[in-house]
Write a protein that binds this ligand. Structure first.
Ligand SMILES: Nc1ncnc2c1ncn2[C@@H]1O[C@H](COP(=O)(O)OP(=O)(O)OP(=O)(O)O)[C@@H](O)[C@H]1O
Length: 354
């Protein structure tokens, strides 16, 4: 599927992310057939009060004509939310993913390929006139297609692109005009379709590999900060996306949330870590408890790597942190075995009365 956002994470076999249930299916036919996706409801999408609230606030800005921007740390659900909000607008969606190599031409369009014309003229039988011409032709890229057709543009992780790439957006949002480069020949600009809308997502600037957004662009965006999902949301998403029973999912998300709250890591454990543990545990049939060494190993593999994030560490330091993680597993995923029943007294009544 062409939705970058949806292909970012392996999807569970149980989510049924096949052609019939994928959230965005390629639109067939027309000049935009390569880029536009038609939103459809997604299997396993969880709509909690938190999601409804963010969606309602986001739609308010979009309906008033403002470009919307969801900003938040990794794994807070920004992309999923952006695609969900885009789907509410009921228009075809075009997705772009920010990249340092992305240039204005990648957004707007460029001269592509050659159109050859060869004329062989033998009007006089012993004279051959040969005329060959080769013209490049202009191809709209995603931003231009969205502006022309009134589609919804989802620009995921836009601060990964260099700020100058976005100069062209200033006119789109202010003057509602998209200025085209000289190669476009016949057209200097296009008027932005009244139904065109844009939704951006980004990580805050302290994240690696991102650029600061230009003030002029940031000033035009309606920015909503997205925080880590609340417990109810994490639980609902983990259960819905992995097929794990609520009780098991709750143990895992409480473990990951406690680890997150400890601050004892270099890479924040997000909802993705809970999904990773839950998915593998469900697939392998592990018991979600400290008693199952395979489950403990899985938690260590998924979480321990976040403590040091590739840095060398003293063995004693590693041992201390490992022990702390094990203690969290013990607290949040305790043994499921029932405490051994006390031997029944032959004279319970006498004992009670005594
Ligand atoms: N409402 C939801 N329903 C179901 N799954 C969700 C929901 N919100 C988030 N998720 C899942 O949580 C994970 C993280 O979400 P997402 O990729 O949208 O986060 P993000 O903030 O865009 O992350 P990043 O900044 O790292 O790209 C994904 O696996 C996504 O499918």
């Amino acid at each position: 599927m062409t939705t970058e956002a949806a292909s970012r994470e392996p999807l569970p076999a149980t989510s049924g992310f096949g052609a019939a249930s994928q959230p965005f299916a390629p639109k067939v036919g027309g000049r935009s057939s390569q880029a536009a996706l038609t939103p459809r409801p997604r299997n396993g999408f969880v709509e909690t009060e938190q999601v409804r609230d963010l969606t309602r606030r986001g739609l308010g800005f979009l309906k008033a004509g403002y470009p919307l921007h969801f900003r938040g740390p990794a794994g807070t659900g920004k992309t999923t939310l952006a695609l969900h909000v885009a789907a509410q607008l009921g228009r075809p969606v075009i997705v772009i993913t920010g990249d340092n190599e992305l240039g204005t031409a990648d957004l707007v369009g460029s001269q592509r390929g050659y159109h050859y014309r060869k004329v062989v003229d033998q009007f006089i039988h012993n004279v051959t006139k040969l005329e060959e011409t080769a013209n490049q032709h202009w191809t709209d890229h995603r931003l231009t297609t969205a502006c022309r057709q009134g589609f919804t543009l989802v620009y995921d992780e836009f601060t990964r692109s260099r700020p100058e790439t976005h100069n062209v957006l200033l006119g789109v949002f202010e003057e509602k005009m998209l200025f085209l480069p000289a190669q476009a020949r016949e057209e200097c600009y296009i008027r932005v379709h009244p139904e065109f809308r844009a939704i951006f997502t980004s990580n805050p600037q302290e994240y690696a590999g991102v650029h600061a957004s230009q003030d002029a662009l940031a000033d035009r965006l309606a920015t909503i900060d997205v925080d880590y999902p609340d417990r109810a949301m994490e639980l609902a998403v983990t259960a819905a996306r992995t097929g794990l029973a609520d009780a098991g999912a709750a143990r895992i998300i409480d473990l990951v949330r406690a680890f997150r709250a400890s601050g004892d890591y270099q890479q924040t454990p997000t909802l993705r870590a809970s999904l990773m543990i839950a998915r593998v545990a469900a697939q392998e049939g592990f018991e979600i408890s400290i008693d199952d060494p395979r489950f403990v190993q899985l938690c260590s593999d998924a979480l321990e790597s976040r403590i040091f994030s590739g840095q060398r560490a003293e063995e004693t330091d590693r041992e201390t942190r490992r022990a702390a993680l094990l203690a969290l597993i013990e607290i949040h995923c305790p043994s499921l075995a029932k405490p051994r029943a006390r031997r029944a007294s032959p004279h319970p009544r006498i004992l009670r009365e005594g």
